[in-house]
Design a protein around this ligand. Structure first.
Ligand code: GLY
Length: 372
């Protein structure tokens, strides 16, 4: 498929089954599909968009205005949106506009916007319809799909929230045209992660294409996004609330591959390292731990380094001491008591939980990823 055909061909519809089924539509210039996702029983729509997107959100506002009364609410950019005070401002605005149970929320923005907007939808009148229109690679393949919503508190990220599945997700790849390249590449961290935990075809694409050809309108980018979304769908359909998977699969926890060290890097760097970059480093790190635990071969670890670095992601880190990172990892939400639980691989595509890894493995693996 050529690049131009990727941006003009029919959208792909990925269906999410389960108790509240919905579709994730991937393609280009898809705003006109919104009314079909929201349905006929909706009267008013609150359009919650990342403030700096402004003009980019306009086609979505226009598509909604053909059928609904639209209340447009600009939110602070990035994590600044994920505060109870911002949710409160939204609740007040919904109250003033008289939003009822049969009205709806549409979000347009990155993962912080979909998390906050999803939480407002989950909590207003104990739950109204929400459709997400993610505008970053990261939000398309992760935050917008699967129903996790929430805000941050002084004690940490995502500590208050709810599971609230959307009525639909529109992954309009045209939004990626203006996404800064660093953000675009960082989002690929979650995509490559999906390759390692489940879909080796993702790895083959990454290993064989010219990384410069991975642009918003390329067929390869579209296939990578679709495959990563499908990995997430398969996992959340089996284990929506992260209570555990079937037949020995760790379930939704598998999506946390690389995330234990990643979260520690993000926290100790005061969030100056982007999430997808930290995930790339974290996956290489846990692969190094898994090699020491006898789960992965040196060649499989090398494949991690090669795949993430090929798309421009970092695979080494030494900006924090091992002691500082270990202290944060031990209070990670996956830890039990004082025992660390790492999501590891027992071979490519075979996620498993490594409970209580030896401190020596953890320390040696950190030396292995330290910058030369
Ligand atoms: N971001 C991981 C999850 O949705 O479970």
């Amino acid at each position: 498929m050529s690049s131009s055909s990727a941006s003009t061909s029919e959208p792909t519809v990925l269906h999410v089954g389960g108790a509240s089924p919905y579709d994730v539509v991937v393609g280009h210039h898809l705003a006109e599909r919104l009314p079909a996702m929201l349905g006929d029983d909706v009267t008013r729509v609150a359009l919650l968009y990342a403030g700096p997107l402004g003009a980019l959100a306009q086609p979505v506002a226009d598509a909604l205005a053909t059928k609904y009364d639209v209340l447009a609410l600009g939110l602070p950019d990035g994590e600044d949106a994920k505060h109870a005070a911002v949710a409160n401002d939204c609740w007040e605005a919904l109250g003033e506009a008289g939003f009822t149970r049969s009205d709806a929320v549409v979000t347009v923005g990155g993962g912080a916007t979909t998390d906050l907007g999803g939480f407002v939808a989950a909590s207003w009148l104990r739950g109204v319809k929400v459709v997400h229109v993610p505008t970053t690679v990261l939000a398309m393949v992760d935050a917008a799909v699967g129903g996790k919503t929430g805000v941050n508190t002084g004690a940490g990220k995502n500590l208050v929230g709810a599971f609230h599945e959307p009525a639909g997700v529109i992954c309009d790849l045209a939004f990626l045209e203006t996404l800064p390249r660093d953000e675009f590449v960082a989002g690929l961290g979650e995509v490559v992660k999906c390759g390692f935990i489940s879909d080796a075809r993702i790895l083959e694409i990454v290993e064989t294409i010219d990384p410069e050809a991975l642009t918003w309108n390329s067929a390869e980018l579209r296939e990578l996004v679709e495959r990563a979304v499908q990995v997430k769908i398969d996992v959340v359909v089996d284990d929506l609330k992260e209570t555990g998977g079937k037949d020995g699969h760790p379930g939704r926890e598998a999506l946390n591959y690389g995330h234990t060290l990643a979260h520690a890097i993000e926290k100790t760097s005061d969030y100056t390292v982007r999430h997808g970059e930290a995930v790339a480093i974290g996956c290489v790190y846990v692969a190094e731990v898994a090699r020491r635990a006898g789960l992965l071969t040196p060649e499989e670890v090398a494949r991690h380094r090669a795949a993430f670095s090929r798309v421009g992601l970092p695979v080494s880190y030494d900006a924090a001491t091992f002691q500082d990172l270990l202290a944060v990892m031990k209070v990670d939400k996956k830890a039990r008591g004082n025992q660390l639980r790492l999501l590891a691989l027992d071979g490519i595509g075979r996620p498993t939980v490594l409970a209580g890894p030896q401190d020596e493995w953890l320390r040696e693996a950190y030396s292995a990823i330290a910058k030369a």
